[in-house]
Design a protein around this ligand. Structure first.
Ligand code: ADP
Length: 293
């Protein structure tokens, strides 16, 4: 067995359904109905037959978790305590806003999740990976489970929309025909089929962000992290981008979005995690509450 299959967690092993996970959950079909595990089934001591308990006797199935942080702390080398005692659980399928004033620790938290920085203390699990015990080669596999969308889009200026989206698949050696099919599907999802051959400089800000979202989806990630995705966009276009992220979330991808966009956060009534001075000070469904700078 290769190192890759040895180390890959269950979530990253080749799908057992013939490789159709991308097709199924991303774009075209509703997510499958999850089978409820028959936990608690016991062989009868008398007959040896399996007795399945009544539904109300079954233990509740453990929800799958996209992100779990336990008592996470981050101290930068200059002694700055950027995060302290952060506990956070994001079940798969959630849509979570991350808010807080400048300097609260939002970027640091995102850097820990994508393993750009390492925590100083605590436990971090992302998409089935224990980030404190990553093996050699796990980091690229982890990053394929996470799609990242930035405020400033970060597209390759000389490449077309299609090439920008295809690039992440090319570097992982995906066959050309599969790349074409995946990119076509994602461009349709984000509404950019007609702009496929244009370069970023020929696109509006909203179209550039749509391209970036399509690129973030190429590996059919479990988690999309959007870091101020509407920060450079006017209000109307911002709403279009939010609608797109909501659609992606409906299709089964967990979304964690750091934002200062109070209007959007307040209107959507989603879960809001608020950081201040490196600590979570609020975690509830609801509005923005504060006028963060
Ligand atoms: P936010 O994204 O909420 O604005 P950050 O995570 O960027 O907050 O920063 C949290 C705190 O950590 C701030 O006080 C910031 O100055 C500090 N900080 C961020 N990055 C570094 C770094 N590389 N070295 C030292 N201090 C840092």
């Amino acid at each position: 067995m290769t190192e890759a299959t040895d180390r890959a967690p269950a979530s990253d092993r080749p799908p057992t359904d013939g490789g159709t996970r991308l097709l199924r959950t991303s774009l075209l079909e509703p997510p499958p109905t999850r089978a409820v595990p028959v936990t608690g089934a016991q062989p009868s001591s008398d007959t040896g037959r399996i007795i399945v308990p009544e539904p109300d006797e079954l233990p509740a199935p453990t929800p799958r978790v996209a992100v779990r942080l336990e008592e996470v702390g981050k101290i930068y080398p200059n002694g700055k305590h950027a995060l302290m005692d952060v506990d956070l659980v994001v079940p798969e399928g959630d849509f979570v806003f991350l808010v807080g004033p400048s300097g609260a620790g939002k970027s640091t938290l995102i850097k820990l999740l994508v393993h750009d920085e390492e925590s100083t203390s605590g436990i971090i699990h992302v998409a089935g990976y224990d980030l404190t015990h990553l093996g050699r080669g796990d980091i690229p596999r982890l990053r394929r489970q996470i799609g990242i969308v930035f405020q400033d889009f970060r597209l390759l200026p000389r490449k077309t929309v299609r090439e920008n989206v295809a690039f992440a698949l090319e570097v992982t050696g995906t066959p050309r025909r599969q790349i074409r099919a995946t990119v076509d599907r994602l461009l349709a999802l984000v509404g950019l089929t007609a702009q496929a051959e244009q370069r970023p400089s020929q696109l509006s800000g909203g179209e550039q962000q749509r391209t970036a979202i399509a690129r973030a989806m190429v590996h059919d990630p479990k988690l999309i992290i959007a870091d101020e995705p509407t920060g450079n966009l006017d209000p109307l276009i911002s709403w279009e981008i939010i609608q797109l992220l909501l659609r992606i979330n409906e299709l089964g991808t967990t979304v964690l979005m750091a934002t200062h966009n109070a209007e959007v956060v307040t209107a959507l009534r989603k879960r809001v995690v608020a950081l201040e001075s490196g600590r979570i000070v609020r975690d509830e469904v609801g509005g923005y509450h504060r006028d963060y700078a």
